[in-house]
Design a protein around this ligand. Structure first.
Ligand code: NAP
Length: 291
């Protein structure tokens, strides 16, 4: 088996370090403010992947001392009822962060629901006001997955200014906000998507290549410039030969690790960083409202 050359960008360890820092910071803040920070995760229906993500987030909250005010609704909930629940949480002084676990059932309008979240409590950074602030490079709550990518690159002192960065994927959740964050750090950013022609050649220009597509192994070694930094945001469940399932990214890890300088694993890369950024956003809004 050929040796893996790339160094791992270890999101799991960094996420644990961030959580430890929050765990130490929260009791000090709580002594002054008189209550712990609070996060409300709203979930609709029984999608098993969403349920696992929600459990994971609530477990992480409990570990660091953030109170959870989660609400779980049946798929029958109406748009009006969902928005009423958000309005109540906006008023609830114990709650600093609100997030709606996506995707929602088809009859619900996720964009309209997200717009009802008070921008000050928008722990996922997806409210149009916070996205607009990002466009303007102003302070605001920032979307957790792209923020997690940036924090991980920072931790490993990966140079960004002037670098060619290719982000594959243009979703409002990951690709677009990440491209803006990289632009803010003076990268030369290309955003690729399903209509991009000659994706291999586009990707090969990248000093930093980010995959946020949702297709297992779409990024192969021939698409990676030798010595590039490769960040894999994708989370895909695939069947193994033994008939079990496992999580893999958008990057063909084994082959790309032979040409890249740095690479994020899946799991253990951007996934845990996303949760750490969610906790950090909640604590940040707790601090901001209790200055
Ligand atoms: N690690 C985490 O915590 C975390 C958080 C969020 C998401 N994710 C994962 O990240 C992945 C992307 O999530 P998302 O919400 O951004 O997905 P999404 O909304 O489905 O967007 C996928 C993007 O990939 C592009 N794309 C699809 N096929 C392509 C192809 N063959 N070549 C080039 N681009 C292609 C799409 O292009 P078009 O715009 O042209 O359709 C779209 O912009 C998923 O695997 C998701 O599970 C992980």
């Amino acid at each position: 088996m050929p040796a893996q050359a790339a160094q791992i960008l270890d999101g799991k360890t960094l996420a644990q370090k961030i959580q430890q820092e929050l765990k130490e910071q929260i009791p000090i803040l709580e002594a002054r403010i008189g209550r712990p920070p609070g996060l409300a995760v709203l979930m609709v229906g029984d999608n098993p992947a969403s349920a696992a993500y929600v459990r994971n987030k609530e477990r992480a909250c409990a570990k660091v001392g953030i109170a959870s005010f989660g609400k779980h609704f049946s798929t029958e909930i109406s748009q009006e009822e969902l928005e009423q629940a958000i309005a109540q949480l906006n008023q609830d002084e114990r709650v600093d962060g609100i997030l709606v676990q996506l995707p929602l059932s088809e009859h619900l309008d996720a964009v309209a629901a997200l717009q009802k979240i008070s921008p000050d409590k928008d722990a996922d950074g997806l409210h149009p006001l916070n996205l607009g602030k990002l466009v303007r490079s102003e302070w605001g709550l920032r979307s957790c997955t792209p923020a997690g990518v940036m924090r991980l690159l920072e931790e490993y002192a990966i140079p960004i200014p002037g670098k060619q960065v290719v982000v594959v994927g243009r979703s409002i959740l990951v690709g677009k906000p990440l491209a803006l964050m990289l632009l803010e750090k003076n990268a030369t950013v290309t955003i690729a998507h399903s209509r991009t022609q000659d994706l291999t050649n586009v990707c090969r220009q990248a000093d930093i290549l980010v995959a946020a597509v949702g297709k297992a192994g779409i990024i192969t070694a021939e698409m990676v410039k030798p010595g590039a930094v490769v960040v894999d945001v994708g989370i895909n469940r695939v069947e193994t030969d033994e008939g079990k399932s496992r999580l893999v990214g958008d990057v063909n890890f084994d082959s790309v690790a032979e040409v890249a300088k740095y690479i994020t694993p899946v799991p253990g890369g951007i996934g845990p960083m996303t949760v750490a950024m969610l906790l950090q956003n909640t604590v940040e809004s707790y601090i901001q409202t209790n200055k």
